[in-house]
Structures are given as C-alpha cells and as structure tokens.
Design a protein around this ligand. Structure first.
Ligand code: NAD
Length: 454
C-alpha cells in the first residue's frame, strides 16, 4: 500500500499489506495474550496507559509531523489532537477503576449480590483517518484497560500513525500479544469481519458501518458504530455579537480542513440578522490561509484524498446548477495537492446535495429562516443525528429546540466539541452505542451477576 502526502502528492512510504494468512496469525497471537492480560491487575493495566500518556507528549514533534504528512491537517492541529487525546486518556486513567471494580448490590441478608465487569475478549477497532489519535483512544484505551486484546485497523490514510501508536503501546508495557495492527485497505478490514472476534468497534462512514453491522450481526457480539454527520448550526435573531458567532461557525466548518465528524455542515440564520451574518462569515472565510500544512501560518491544509476534492467540487457545482450563489471560494487550488478553498454558498435549499449529504470539507451553505420552527424543521431534515448547535442569548429558547432535535449531542453557544466526560454517540445514520464518559468505559466489558448464598 502506498502512503501519499496529500499536500504534495508525493510517495511517503510503501507498506506491505496484511494477507488473509498474516491476519490469521495475528489473531492467533491475540488469542494467546488476551486471557493473561485480563488476569493482570487492573491497576497494572492502568499503569501501562499512564506510560503511553507520557510517551505521546515526549514524542509529540515526530508524531505530529507524521500525522500532518499523511493526512494533511495543519501542524498545530496535529499537536492539538495529541493534547486532546492525552486529555481523554487522563479521563480513563482517573475513572476506570471506579467503573470497572466489582459493585456490591446487597451485602446483607441470606443472598449477597454483586456485579463484576469482565472484558469482552478480543475486539476489532476499525478506525478512520481524520482524527486517528482521538477516535482511536476512545476505543483502544478503555478496551485495553478493561482487559481486552485489540485488533486495531487504522485507516489506510493514517497507517503510519497507527504503527506509531502500536510502537508506543509496546514501549508502555502493553504486551505484543494484546495489541496487533492490521495494515491495508478495506479488503484487509474485511478479513477482521470473518474472524470470531468478541466485539466490533467501528469509526468511519455510514456506508461501511452499515455493511459491517450487517456482516457481523449473526455473531451476536457488540457492534458499535461512530459514523458521519450533517450537523446544523442555527443562529437566532437575538444574537448581537455577530462577528464572534460567525468566527465560531467558520471554525466549526473548516477546522481539520473541514473533516470532522461533528463539523458544522450547514448553517441556518434568522432573517433579521441574516445579511449581517453572511457578510461577517464571508469576509472571514475569504481571508483564510490555505496551503502547506507544515507552514505554521496555514489555517486550511489539503483534503485527505483526490476523490474527496472531486466530490466537493461536484457538490458545489450541483448547488450552483440548482440556483446557489458562491460568495467565497468554490475552487480547488491550481497546484499539486488536494486543496480546496473555503467555500460559502447562499441561496441554498434542501434539494441540493450540499445541504443533505455529508461534505467533509471546508464548504458550507447558509440558509435564511423566518423563525425557530422553520429552523427546527430544516435541522431535522437529515438522515444523520450526530450533533446540532444553537446560538442565542436565551438558554430557554435554545433548549426548547435542543429537546426536540434527534441527535446524540446538542450545543448552546458552542459547536464542534467533544468532551471526555460526556457520552459521544450518534443517532440514526450517525451510529449506534457510545464511547467516552463512564458509558465508554463500560462499553468494553460485560456484566456478570453473582448470587452468593451461604
Ligand atoms: P471509511 O468508512 O471509508 O473507512 C473507515 C475504516 O473502515 C477504514 O479503516 C477502512 O479501511 C475500513 N473499511 C473500509 N471498508 C471495509 C470493509 N468492507 N470491511 C472492514 N473495514 C472496512 O471512512 P473514512 O473515510 O475513514 O472516515 C470518514 C468518515 O468517518 C466520515 O463519514 C466521518 O464523519 C466519520 N467519522 C465519524 C466519527 C464519529 O465519532 N462519529 C469520527 C471520525 C470520523
């Protein structure tokens, strides 16, 4: 498999893909290791993760450069991702003992009762490229702490990072027979679906997620899916700090080159402040620095792959053909690399792909609405259900909508945010199950009920 730098289109490295046979061997290695790992004291398992936490910091320069070179996020954002991942790991370090220890339910009377939490066994962690550290640690850290062995399948667009993660985990004391990496594209991921694994934890697109869920259904093991989104942001008419809200929304759209699962993908603005908002947003978008992600002044780097650039240009064209106006951007850069300008579209509607299908790039449509009801209807008009953001001075007014929106996460006066202490979960085509928070610790274990008499 060739690893290509999306900013230069140059070959970084060529790796040998796993085969059916090598995957079977790696599985057998994990079978040898998992029981012993599960029998290892919980505190010792947590201790290894503490070491991993430190190594991520000690080696951050090299790790950040590798990440930026293989998937294109601006270098500072690679550092931010490493820091964010460490914050999440700290949460797991601080909270796992509490949520994984035996729970005594009844200690009096003839029959005592307790719940213990046992690992699932060997789990697959099939992952995406856009935040390989963040979405990875949501899964493999609590899974390892919980006593599972992990078959980790990094995306083919973040494999060097996946291999770096493996190296650091081994350096931290995680036994090699508890963590193995599958190298390759979707066909290699497919081999994992054929194995008798004890759980499937997937981060990626709806299309692949649904396929995996169908494929493993008959195994009757947990299958969690963190999938895409088409997340809306609504600006109510009582907003007065329009420049600040426009800046927030723009960051929500373009951060990580627009490739966040919870990126702002469509914006609705009350008609009373629509013109002012569009002006502020377009001015700011037009000034953004697009280019070499290794350059510290760059704000938007390349998309991860050529097909994604072509998809976005087609989405912009579809909108234009149906009557949309481009106020900023709209083109790719005339140079090597998969760059696209931050693009602002108005006169948009829900017949256009840009308002319905996940864009996953620095492109957004801004639509005028006459009141909160119309905004709610449009926000709900999607097959996805990851997040939704509302900006208003009134919490009561925002909350009235937040309660009705069918998403796993809602934001008031913020957006594009994930917290280690809250469950991260999608509804509808955005996924199934939750990671992070105490629920994301318990997701990788199964309860055993003890009835103890005598
Ligand atoms: P993808 O579905 O193309 O690939 C994800 C992973 O699945 C990769 O490792 C890929 O090799 C593997 N894969 C592909 N086909 C497979 C098969 N048949 N069997 C087994 N594995 C297979 O997604 P992507 O392009 O890597 O990621 C982008 C998507 O991920 C976006 O939709 C984004 O919104 C979503 N995402 C969601 C979250 C979340 O937390 N909800 C986080 C990050 C990304």
């Amino acid at each position: 498999m060739k690893i290509i730098n999306p900013a230069t289109e140059e070959l970084i490295k060529e790796l040998v893909d796993d085969t059916h046979t090598s995957i079977a061997e790696k599985f057998s290695t994990l079978q040898n290791g998992q029981r012993q790992w599960a029998a290892t004291d919980l505190l010792k398992r947590v201790h290894c993760i503490e070491k991993f936490y430190s190594l991520l910091d000690e080696q951050k320069e090299e790790l950040a450069k590798t990440l930026t070179s293989e998937m294109g996020k601006p270098l500072q954002q690679s550092y931010n991702e490493l820091n964010g991942a460490r914050n999440r790991i700290q949460f797991f370090i601080d909270n796992s003992v509490k949520w994984l220890s035996d729970e005594w339910i009844t200690t009096e009377g003839a029959t005592k009762e307790k719940i213990s939490y046992e690992p699932l066994g060997i789990i697959a962690n099939i992952s995406a490229w856009n935040y390989p550290y963040l979405v990875g640690v949501n899964v493999f850290i609590p899974a390892l702490i919980g006593g599972n062995a992990v078959f980790y399948k990094p995306s083919e667009y973040a494999t060097l990072t996946g291999l770096a993660i493996q190296r650091l985990l081994y350096q931290s004391g995680i036994p090699e027979n508890c963590f193995q990496v599958a190298i390759g594209k979707g066909n290699v991921g497919e081999y994992l679906l054929q194995l008798p694994l004890d759980g499937y934890f997937f981060t990626g697109s709806y299309r692949t997620g649904r396929y995996i869920a169908e494929k493993v259904a008959a195994k009757l093991v947990p299958c969690q899916l963190e999938l895409g989104g088409k997340d809306p942001l609504y600006v109510m008419d009582d907003i007065t700090n329009i420049d600040k809200v426009a800046a927030d929304a723009l960051e929500g759209v373009v951060y990580n080159n627009g490739q966040s699962c919870c990126a702002v993908e469509r914006i609705y603005v009350h008609e009373k402040i629509y013109d002012a908002f569009v002006k502020a947003y377009t001015e700011q978008a037009g000034k953004m620095a697009v280019g070499d992600p290794m350059n510290p002044t760059t704000e938007i780097g390349p998309l991860s792959r050529k097909e994604q650039k072509e998809f976005l240009l087609a989405q912009i064209n579809d909108a234009k053909n149906k009557g949309a106006t481009v106020l900023a951007g709209g083109n790719s850069l005339n140079q090597k690399g998969y760059f696209i300008e931050p693009t602002v579209l108005v006169n948009v509607n829900h017949d256009m792909s840009v308002m319905k299908d996940e864009s996953f790039g620095p492109v957004t449509g801004i639509q005028k609405v006459k009141d909160d009801n119309e905004a709610l209807q449009l926000m709900q008009d999607t097959e996805y259900g990851l997040t939704a953001a509302i900006y208003s001075q009134s919490y009561e007014r925002a909350e009235a909508l937040m309660k009705q929106i069918n998403t796993g996460t809602v934001y008031w006066n913020c957006c594009d945010r994930v917290s280690a202490t809250l469950p991260w979960s999608g509804r509808k085509h955005s996924g199934l199950g939750a990671t992070l928070s105490y629920q994301g610790i318990r997701a990788f274990v199964q309860p055993k009920a003890y009835h103890i008499r005598g």
